[in-house]
Design a protein around this ligand. Structure first.
Ligand SMILES: NC(=O)C1=CN([C@@H]2O[C@H](COP(=O)(O)OP(=O)(O)OC[C@H]3O[C@@H](n4cnc5c(N)ncnc54)[C@H](O)[C@@H]3O)[C@@H](O)[C@H]2O)[C@@H](O)CC1
Ligand SMILES: [K+]
Length: 494
């Protein structure tokens, strides 16, 4: 099973170029692209329906002309409006425009409210600036019409690389993209603007896509399923790792137990909560299968980690924002175990990112900040926090720290220091609930305890967490999540 490749706009352009160089003419690729869109449109339409096509000045507009000619040939009523003039078209769009025998009207004279379907072929991967003037008005009129919209390649106005809105963007119901999804189909808000996305094969070879993709993937099970632990008949709990979760003080113990239970449900053979002495009582009152040990600060942690069998750690949830937490992180990093750092373990380094520069390169480490934690941690590092692309931000942070970055959100990005990255899209807004992140830490640590490498554990963890949340829906609380993990694992493993 191939993992699903994602191509950034520049990479797609390169893949198109290589394909043309290999002997398939550009106009042939454009005709195939247009045919795929026309087929999708026909499935959405009654006979003799009215299709209004908004064509842009570049090759995305060229695709629009192909769609117009094909649908007209099938008896649909077509109105085609162009942004700019036919004489200004260039490249393959010139050839595509010649195939269209009907009238070309200025885009501002199109009656979008009279359409049964709007085809948005204004801009694709070549969008270079914010939409203004006539283009902006056209998009606003399309959106205001309330008619179904089918986008060619991506919603016009969305930046293909970052998924950000450039001024204004088409709210498409459906998008047909070519050869591979682009980041904007998974990153927010682009994902919401593109609607349901379908990938059409236009004959660009898998090898060409692999050679140009820069190892960016959609986070689907094909990326990590073969590495997911499957216990052997002869294996016992000691073969399945031992996760240690650090607990906060007496009134802040729940987060650690959520993480611990998730690690156990994910298959970690043993799980121990390491608790400050004053919180031992409250932790003991709530733990059964999970073990408990006293742990007094960084020295206590150092002492516990003399036991080599503790191979995976979770540090951060409810530990407190202070130098003691930083010292614990230093002890954990020094111990070279698999490590998941979240919440207070990250925020304790606010403005002190230089202290974690390359700190995690010696052992599998996963950092799981949401945007706020990310900004705090890398405050004063514009090279890391400023790029518009979430993928780029995660990449740079991973390269800087030597850890795998899980930059959380509705479009979580997972990036490894070696350049691999994945975008997750199976989450649900219901996961935005207290303790949800603690559970995610536990799942990732539980997978690393069983031997999954950090990047695969982070990707699998994020996906399993998303799937568990989506399977429950409304009313989800963090306590439910660990109990939903077995159902997700069962589907993956059987
Ligand atoms: N061989 C290829 O490269 C193929 C390309 N295809 C299509 O080609 C598209 C990419 O084509 P292009 O690179 O020409 O890019 P686009 O068609 O997305 O847009 C570029 C054009 O829009 C103008 N433009 C950019 N931003 C603007 C703004 N804010 N306001 C007004 N004008 C703006 C540019 O000056 C240029 O004329 C893809 O999205 C896809 O639809 C497909 O036909 C498949 C094959
Ligand atoms: K488009």
């Amino acid at each position: 099973m191939h993992p699903e490749l994602i191509l950034r706009p520049q990479q797609m352009k390169q893949a198109d170029g290589l394909t043309v160089a290999s002997g398939i003419p550009g106009i042939e690729l454009m005709r195939r692209a247009g045919r795929a869109v026309a087929e999708a449109a026909a499935k959405m339409l009654m006979k003799e329906a009215h299709v209004v096509i908004a064509a842009g000045p570049g090759q995305n507009g060229g695709d629009g002309f192909v769609v117009a000619a094909l649908l007209a040939g099938q008896g649909y009523r077509i109105s085609l409006g162009l942004l700019g003039r036919v004489e200004q078209l260039s490249g393959d769009a010139v050839l595509a425009a010649r195939d269209w025998k009907g009238p070309v009207v200025p885009i501002d004279s199109l009656a979008f409210d009279e359409a049964d379907l709007i085809v948005d072929a204004l801009f694709g991967t070549g969008l270079a600036r914010d939409l203004e003037g006539v283009a902006r008005i056209a998009v606003e009129r399309m959106n205001a019409s309330g008619k179904p919209i089918l986008a060619v390649d991506l919603s016009s106005g969305i930046d293909g690389d970052t998924g950000q809105v450039r001024g204004v963007a088409v709210k498409a119901n459906r998008t047909i993209t070519f050869a591979a999804r682009k980041p904007c189909h998974l990153l927010m808000p682009g994902r919401a603007y593109c609607g349901d996305v379908e990938i059409a094969d236009i004959g660009i070879a898998r090898e060409t896509l692999e050679a140009t993709s820069g190892r960016l993937f959609a986070n689907t099970p094909s990326l990590w399923l073969d590495k997911l632990p499957r216990p052997e008949l002869s294996s016992h709990k000691y073969d399945r790792g031992h996760t240690l979760v650090l607990s906060g003080g007496a009134t802040r113990t729940g987060a650690a137990r959520l993480a611990a239970r998730a690690a156990l449900r994910t298959g970690s053979g043993l799980v121990t909560v390491a608790s400050p002495p004053e919180a031992l009582g409250v932790n003991a009152a709530h733990l059964t299968a999970i073990m408990l040990r006293g742990c007094d600060g960084p020295e206590g942690l150092h002492h516990i980690l003399q036991d080599e069998r503790l191979n995976s750690l979770v540090l951060g949830p409810a530990l407190g924002v202070h130098s003691g937490t930083r010292a614990m992180v230093a002890v954990a990093a020094h111990a070279r175990r698999s490590l998941v750092l979240d919440a207070d373990a990250l925020t304790s380094f606010e403005g002190l990112a230089t202290e974690v520069h390359q700190a995690f390169r010696h052992a599998p480490t996963v950092l799981t900040p949401h945007d706020g934690e990310f900004m705090r941690l890398f405050k004063g590092h514009p090279d890391i926090i400023d790029p518009e692309s979430k993928i780029e931000r995660a990449h740079r942070a991973a390269a800087y720290t030597g850890a795998v970055l899980v930059l959380k959100g509705p479009d979580t990005v997972i990036a490894a220091p070696d350049g691999r990255a994945a975008i997750n899209a199976n989450g649900t807004p219901y996961l935005g609930t207290a303790g949800s992140g603690d559970t995610l830490c536990g799942i990732i640590a539980g997978l690393m305890a069983q031997g999954l490498p950090a990047f695969e554990a982070a990707c699998a963890g994020v996906w399993i967490h998303g799937e568990a949340g989506a399977s429950f829906g409304p009313g989800l609380i963090a306590e439910d999540l660990a109990e939903l993990i077995p159902g997700v694992l069962r589907k993956l493993l059987t």
